[in-house]
Design a protein around this ligand. Structure first.
Ligand SMILES: Nc1ncnc2c1ncn2[C@@H]1O[C@H](COP(=O)(O)OP(=O)(O)OP(=O)(O)O)[C@@H](O)[C@H]1O
Ligand SMILES: O=C(O)[C@H](O)CO
Length: 481
């Protein structure tokens, strides 16, 4: 069925960015020489390892499998409750610290950050520091004194609550941290630093993923203050934060700064949404679809994003030339949902060809991270809410009986605070819900998409891969028969 093929395409996307796979592909070892991103590095029992983020446990296990004979010591900071799975790998030189409950920095994460800083600070020019990153700002808190952890947490939580983007959030985090914005690389100087990065930010910006601990970044205090001002937080931030932001000059002392200038750092993105979608596209082709990637940067409110997919489905499924109003609305919508005009035009051209030249079925793929305006108290996530809203958009459109089918899933396997990664929907969903006495609008108003999908047909439309141990944002699949 289309449903199972959509799930298969999603599973392939997730498989392509499994932490062990991406680490294996990124490290080429010949005896005592490793090649990473084109750089040759010699191992002399001088390898140290640190890491932080959701996927780091699997990345570390694979790095240790490949390099254990040269590995001296390691410390990784990982989310609570995911350690069980590494136990099977046997003896390890890597210390694992679980922290950041609910993705918020806490004492445990701070302890991990302190140990990582200590490990990095003790390295010499003979050493090699492998840094494994998959997001993880919350797992590496190291507030600039005199800011306390609680004060830093308070600022980031209020910013996130006010709707700040990850770019804005991490711009502020960088300025208040000793390890972010290149800090970790500074402390590791004069060692050679190699960071392997699994990207969870649109566009893979090195300085923002996990707030760029290995990317030397100039901190502009005016920029940070303007973010705080934008969210009306400037007057209420703690005195310590004002003090740090009021102080011109670098966050490190002079000696550390000299090192920073010469820091020897290689940053390599080894897994991303783009890699996941490329693999998904290949699988879609095997399953009989013509793949087309719409965009890697879908963002904005799920209401607008669902409209985008509804219009694209309508455009693709028109019997004759689609009315020009559809293309016009799509182009108007583009900037609000992070999709470039060029990408929309390219995609519409492919859909046009599929219809007029009989190319057959199409698999439209996209990635990114839309947002939900939380108003209700229900249980749900942005992927499930998007999938539900797309079904509402498709309702009543003049569509072929079997399709299109839409899937939205978080590649980490967890959509918001729910057990599902997302859901699979189609135009028939609304009737199905009505027959089962479920009022879609009621669930949507209460942000209760998980409860809705759990009740609908015994949860058959939910996408439940379990925790996938990786994270490259969300994947959207629209199958057009
Ligand atoms: N009831 C709900 N309905 C819809 N969305 C929700 C609900 N509760 C939380 N969310 C959304 O879930 C997101 C947080 O969940 P999650 O932990 O999956 O995301 P994240 O940490 O931003 O992403 P990542 O998957 O990159 O770690 C937020 O975008 C929030 O708005
Ligand atoms: O931890 C973070 O900063 C986010 O996941 C982005 O990388």
């Amino acid at each position: 069925s289309l449903d199972s093929r959509a799930r298969e395409v999603f599973a392939t996307a997730v498989r392509a960015v499994q932490p062990d796979t991406v680490v294996r592909q990124s490290i080429e070892r010949k005896e005592d020489v490793i090649t990473i991103d084109g750089h040759k590095l010699r191992l002399k029992n001088n390898l140290h390892l640190v890491g932080f983020g959701k996927a780091v446990l699997g990345m570390a296990a694979e790095a240790e499998r490949i390099l254990s004979d040269h590995l001296v010591k390691g410390v990784i900071s990982v989310p609570h409750g995911i350690q069980e799975s590494l136990r099977q790998h046997g003896k390890s030189s890597i210390e694992i610290i679980e922290g950041a409950k609910h993705n918020l920095p806490d004492g445990e994460a701070q302890k991990a950050a302190e140990k990582i800083k200590e490990l990095a600070s003790g390295l010499t020019e003979k050493d090699l520091l492998l840094v494994l990153i998959s997001g993880g700002s919350a797992l590496l808190p190291s507030p600039v004194p005199p800011i306390s952890l609680q004060e830093k947490l308070d600022v980031t939580r209020r910013l996130a609550g006010a709707g700040a983007t990850i770019q804005e959030l991490n711009t502020v985090r960088r300025a208040l941290s000793l390890l972010k914005g290149g800090g970790l690389a500074h402390f590791a100087h004069p060692a050679q630093v190699v960071a392997l990065i699994l990207s969870d930010v649109i566009g893979d910006p090195l300085d923002l993923i996990a707030s760029g601990p290995t990317v030397q970044t100039e901190i502009w205090h005016e920029e940070v203050l303007s973010v705080l001002e934008r969210y009306n937080l400037l007057d209420s931030v703690p005195v310590s934060v004002k003090e740090v932001l009021g102080k011109p000059g670098p966050r490190w002392d002079k000696k550390q700064l000299e090192g920073a200038q010469e820091a020897c750092v290689i940053n390599a993105v080894i897994g991303s949404n783009s890699i996941a979608l490329t693999s998904a596209g290949r699988r879609a082709r095997e399953l009989g679809f013509r793949p087309v990637v719409l965009s890697l940067g879908v963002s904005g409110d799920v209401k607008l994003v669902s409209r985008l997919y509804g219009l694209l489905a309508q455009f693709a499924c028109s019997q004759k030339e689609p009315p020009p109003e559809i293309a016009a609305e799509l182009l108007r919508l583009g900037p609000d949902v992070g999709v470039e005009t060029w990408d929309l035009c390219r995609t519409m051209k492919v859909l046009d060809e599929s219809r007029s030249e009989g190319w057959g079925a199409t698999c439209l793929l996209a990635g990114g991270e839309p947002t939900v305006e939380l108003k209700g108290k229900g249980k749900g996530g942005r992927n499930q809410e998007l999938a539900l809203r797309v079904a509402v958009e498709l309702q009543g459109m003049d569509l072929p009986p079997k399709g299109p089918v839409f899937l939205s899933g978080g590649t980490d396997g967890q959509d918001g605070p729910t057990e599902a990664a997302g859901a699979v929907t189609d135009a028939g969903l609304c009737e199905e819900a009505t027959t089962q006495g479920l009022d879609i609008n009621g669930f949507l108003d209460n942000n209760d998409s998980f409860t809705f999908f759990s009740k609908l047909s015994s949860g058959q439309r939910l996408l439940v891969p379990g925790l996938t141990c990786t994270n490259v944002m969300d994947v959207h699949v629209l199958l057009i028969p």
